[in-house]
Design a protein around this ligand. Structure first.
Ligand SMILES: C[S@@+](CC[C@H](N)C(=O)[O-])C[C@H]1O[C@@H](n2cnc3c(N)ncnc32)[C@H](O)[C@@H]1O
Length: 292
């Protein structure tokens, strides 16, 4: 069944391709270099201008601070000793690194289609005065859809997170990712998707106009060139799903879900998903104050 997530289904995504080579295999880090699908320029902001995105995060323009608080509370409550965690579209891991260091994980995998960010992520996790984390880390230069659709037997993770990355996939890609991620999650695991979403009934054009207005009117703290880069990226590459349509699509792929947090602009939000056959992992958690 094909569920339209509220926007046009684009056909630019191709089938995943096999790994090219393992680039680097040191004591604890494996960077898997994998050819990935064409991204039609959507990665340019992250490959060439990470500094621009860094400024967006540093000035809390996309509500990373509130999101980090709720993610931290969720993850700390969910994670059990030995759990495997995969973060898709990891970026430089600046926000997750302190949390990662404090957890009793069994292993961690960071996945990003932009090669330039992986060394930054590795450095952020290693830069602690406390030294390296005590669990193995894998740094995968890979499209998240290709990662999700990896043929069996792919290892499973108890926790999969994806923060502000999924909206770069067209609807068909998001739908395929939701279907495939069910095969990468352990039966008692949880998937946390933090992203921008359209309001129910809002067209992509209306969303781009609304978000663009927010950038033009209240992101003045950015340099003009950075702001323009964000606006160009937004209008050319952002494909956020409608909230209800996304939840319906997830349900069709076998997920149960619960909104945990919604930002004050009605775009940024955090959705918890778990296999519909399992129990809600958030039962008993104190989520008061997160305004889901
Ligand atoms: C907006 S940044 C978010 C970074 C970080 N997760 C955060 O929350 O700050 C989006 C990240 O997703 C990556 N990305 C975008 N599309 C992707 C894809 N199809 N597969 C893997 N990574 C992708 C980008 O390279 C970038 O590092």
């Amino acid at each position: 069944m094909t569920t339209n997530l509220g926007g046009p289904i684009l056909a630019r995504w191709t089938a995943p391709v096999p790994p090219l080579r393992v680039e680097h295999n040191q004591r604890r880090f494996v960077i898997a270099m994998v050819q990935h699908n064409s991204h039609d320029g959507s990665l340019e902001l992250f490959e060439r201008n990470w500094r621009t995105y860094r400024a967006v995060v540093d000035h809390d323009l996309m509500e990373h601070r509130a999101l980090s608080d709720v993610l931290k509370a969720m993850v700390e409550a969910l994670v059990r000793p030995g759990w495997a965690w995969a973060d898709l579209g990891c970026g430089d891991l600046a926000l997750l690194a302190p949390l990662l260091r404090a957890l009793p994980l069994g292993r961690f995998e960071a996945v990003d289609a932009a090669a330039a960010v992986l060394p930054l992520a590795a450095a952020n996790l290693e830069a602690s005065a406390a030294g390296p984390v005590p669990f193995p880390c894998r740094w995968s230069h890979r499209d998240l859809l290709a990662w999700a659709e990896q043929p069996e037997p792919a290892s499973r993770f108890e926790l999969i997170t994806c923060s502000y990355a999924l909206h770069h996939l067209p609807d068909e890609g998001k739908q395929r990712a939701l279907a495939a991620l069910a095969g990468r999650l352990a039966p008692d695991g949880a998937l946390l998707i933090a992203d921008v979403f359209r309001r129910d009934g809002e067209s992509r054009a209306a969303y781009i106009e609304r978000y663009g207005q927010r950038v033009r009117e209240s992101w003045g703290v950015l340099e003009v060139a950075d702001r323009q880069r964000v606006l160009d990226h937004l209008s050319a590459h952002d494909e956020p799903a409608e909230r209800d349509a996304f939840v319906a699509c997830a349900r069709g792929a076998g997920w149960a879900s619960r909104w945990i947090w919604t930002g004050r602009h009605g775009a940024e939000a955090l959705l918890l998903l778990w296999p519909a056959s399992a129990n809600d992992p958030s039962v008993g958690l104190d989520l008061e104050g997160f305004d889901g």
